[in-house]
Each structure stands twice: as C-alpha cells, then as structure tokens.
Design a protein around this ligand. Structure first.
Ligand SMILES: [Zn+2]
Length: 231
C-alpha cells in the first residue's frame, strides 16, 4: 500500500513544474505537505542543440528533473515517458493519471491550465485537460476501471485543483521565502536554462513573480486558477 501524498503535480515536460509551482511546492514541503510529480512526456524535443540525440536528452532531462525535485523536497517523481510534442488525449493517458490519483490520493492536484487561449504548447493543453478528466469523473467512480479496483486502487476524490499559466488567476501563493529554492530548482534544468538561452532568467522571473504578488501583501507569488471541488 502506497503512502498517500497531499499534493500531485501533473506536468507536461521536465521543467514546467519548476516554472509553474516550484516555490509553492517548496513551501508546502517546509509545512509538511508532501508532493509527488508525474511528468507526462520525456522532453526529447526540448533542445536547439543539433548535436544531442533525443534519447540522450531524455536521460539528461530526467536527471535534471530528479535533481530539481530533490532540492524542493518532492517525495517521488513518476515519469510516464510519452513522446515530447506527441501527447494525445487518449484513454491510456487518462487511465495512467487515474492510476496515480488513486495510488497517491492527493488532496490537491496542480497542473497546466488547458484553457489558455491561442499560442499554447499542445502538450500543456492536453496534460491539463486529461488531468481534469482523470480527477472527475474517472478517479471518483468505482465502475470506471474495474481492473484498477481489483488491484486495490479505490476511487478517490481530489479536493482542490490549481492550474498554472492561467489567464484569469484567482489564487496567489506566497513564495517570498522559497523563491531562491525555485530559482535553484530551475537552474537544475541545465539543458533548458544552462547556456546562453536565458541570460536574464533571474531578472525576468523575479519581475514576473513580483507582478503576480502585486497588491497581495507579500513580495513574490505564484498565480493559479483555483478550483475547489465540493463533492
Ligand atoms: Zn512544457
């Protein structure tokens, strides 16, 4: 029997969770709230370096993700290893997410907002959408997956969903104390932020999180669209 975790972060690629929710994950870890990461794709297209092979990139990015998770106090990282830019809304992906929801029984699920308009990475849109479907109704209904039930994975009701990159955030999480950890976790993703691709990462990031905290009574925030599910 797996020990439940309070939080499940469902992320499209290695590094998205660090941009979206790492400061909040680190704060929760300090408060004794455990998080699990579920990484949907293997990130094998995330490079502009023509000399690196996709399969090498997968290994590198998993190591980077594990290093970042360790820094933040994430308990476990699950890699689903779907191809980068190849995620689809399939019964298989939905079931994989239901399996983890039932196994870890999180109160809170954090993922990408699928309803961001126009230019939005397809893997992000699909991750958010399938995660929401997995939460309701599939993780909840005992007749949804009789085989999972037979494995001892019982229905589960998530209480709260937080969506990052929302165009209409309604929930602002104080990351003033854990911002440095978030930045350090982002820097673990060397294949993404290591070389000169983001020379002003720190400046841009601070400005963004200051803006999210505007008028909130603290200095730095991560912003989400929050859904409370009243079952
Ligand atoms: Zn991504």
């Amino acid at each position: 029997m797996t020990k439940p975790a309070q939080v499940m972060v469902v992320t499209p690629h290695p590094d998205d969770a660090e941009y979206g929710v790492a400061g909040t994950v680190a704060r929760w870890a300090n408060e004794g709230r455990e998080s699990i990461y579920v990484v949907c794709t293997n990130g094998n297209k995330g490079t502009s370096d023509a000399n690196i092979k996709p399969e090498e990139l997968v290994k590198i990015r998993e190591e980077e993700q594990l290093a970042a998770a360790k820094l933040l106090g994430v308990r476990e990282v699950v890699f689903l290893r779907y191809p980068d830019q190849g995620l689809e809304d399939t019964p298989q992906l939905r079931k994989e997410l239901v399996r983890r929801l039932r196994r870890y029984q999180p109160e809170t699920v954090v993922t990408a907002d699928p309803y961001r308009r126009y230019i939005w990475h397809r893997d992000h849109r699909i991750t958010g959408r399938v995660a929401l479907d997995a939460i309701f109704p599939y993780a909840r209904d005992h007749l949804a997956y009789p085989d999972l039930l037979e494995e001892g994975l019982h229905p589960h009701k998530v209480k709260e969903v937080l969506l990052w990159a929302s165009e209409e955030p309604n929930y602002f999480s104080d990351i003033t104390e854990t911002y440095d950890l978030k930045l350090a976790a982002l820097r673990c993703h060397k294949s993404q932020v290591g070389h000169n691709s983001y020379p002003d990462l720190e400046k841009r990031l601070r400005e963004r999180h200051e803006m999210m905290a505007q008028g909130k009574g603290f200095q730095l925030a991560e912003a989400f669209y929050r859904i409370e599910i009243l079952w």
